[in-house]
Design a protein around this ligand. Structure first.
Ligand code: DGY
Length: 325
């Protein structure tokens, strides 16, 4: 039996590429050539290869046009990410194409990134690092680069899914009080004493730090806008390691410049890899390049999960373990 043809859009960890080459007739992008940025280009290569599966990553634009242009041979689109807002799932389903993702295995690493950003924002770590690297540090001083402590602060988690809950656990270690806003209240065994809010205004006016963990897409587009930022206490912190589109960049930049928001930490951006240049003028924002899940262990686990999904459908003819419903 010939192996199923699998088009892979990105350079992947070595062990994952090796397993892909063993289980599939894998068309790898070993040099990470940036053709993955265009949905039309991905579809073109899928046609040339007569691919049965396409393994993409966060940001590869599988919109309705790209899906319409895929060859009839494609049965599955697997994304090397938990988020799938870059895929038009409805259009895929309409063509009978299964969409799968890689949930769970990246929750801890992504929560670690949120915690890192929270600490960087609270303790002015980016500013301090820039000072030392610029050779401008003149030694310890009682009033130098004073930030705020996280101890006993109220952390507001927007979106209490798997990543939000991991962050809540970490933040408890910093003696933070956990509040969360979500569509549904969690059962007590998952809530672990966190305070549920069913109202945006009460949530925003209660917390000292917001950490955003909502999926991208129209429902959350620019959720954190000028009006909602104004409802937060003066001196609050903003952290986003979810999706860039859920923050109104211009509104956050204005709130950081005025000092209403003390500091922010961002890992994701609306329209990334382009970053609103307004952020570059500000000292009080820590900017990371979407490395939420970027640990060696996590990326290997994500790769294994992605290949398990493909193997189930294309080789075993079974329902993949992580099909997007
Ligand atoms: C995801 O998995 O959705 C991340 O944003 C990519 O690391």
């Amino acid at each position: 039996m010939p192996k199923p043809v699998l088009l892979i859009t990105r350079k992947l960890p070595e062990a994952i590429e090796a397993r892909a080459a063993q289980d599939f007739d894998a068309r790898l992008n070993t040099k990470d050539d940036p053709w993955f940025r265009s949905g039309a280009e991905i579809a073109k290569r899928a046609n040339e290869a007569k691919a049965e599966g396409v393994l993409i990553a966060a940001g590869d634009p599988m919109n309705a046009e790209a899906i319409a242009a895929l060859p009839a041979s494609v049965k599955i689109i697997t994304t090397f990410s938990v988020g799938y807002d870059h895929i038009d799932v409805k259009a895929a389903k309409a063509r009978g194409i299964t969409v799968t993702n890689t949930p769970d295995v990246l929750s801890f690493a992504t929560a670690e990134t949120a915690m890192t950003l929270m600490l960087m924002a609270a303790r002015r770590a980016g500013e301090g690092e820039r000072l030392v690297r610029a050779g401008k540090w003149e030694g310890w001083a009682p009033t130098q680069l004073m930030g705020v402590t996280l101890e006993k602060k109220k952390l507001g988690i927007l979106g209490m899914g798997r990543i939000g809950r991991e962050l809540a656990q970490m933040a408890r270690g910093f003696s933070m009080e956990i509040h969360y806003r979500d569509i549904n209240k969690l059962p007590p065994e998952l809530e672990l004493g966190a305070v549920y809010h069913d109202d945006d205004d009460k949530f925003l006016s209660t917390i000292d730090v917001i950490s955003m963990h909502v999926p991208g897409g129209d429902a959350t587009r620019k959720w954190l806008n000028a009006e909602r930022l104004a409802k937060m206490k003066k001196g609050s912190l903003v952290v986003n390691s979810g999706r860039g589109g859920s923050v109104d960049d211009e509104a956050l930049i204005a709130a950081l410049a005025s000092g209403h928001i003390r500091a922010a930490g961002l890992d994701v951006y609306d329209g990334e890899p382009v970053v609103n240049p307004g952020y570059f003028k500000l000292e009080n924002v820590a900017l990371l390049p979407h490395l939420g899940s970027a640990t060696i262990e996590t990326r290997d686990a994500m790769g294994r999960r992605a290949l398990d999904n493909l193997f189930a459908l294309l080789v075993e003819g079974k329902e993949p373990p992580h099909a997007v419903k």
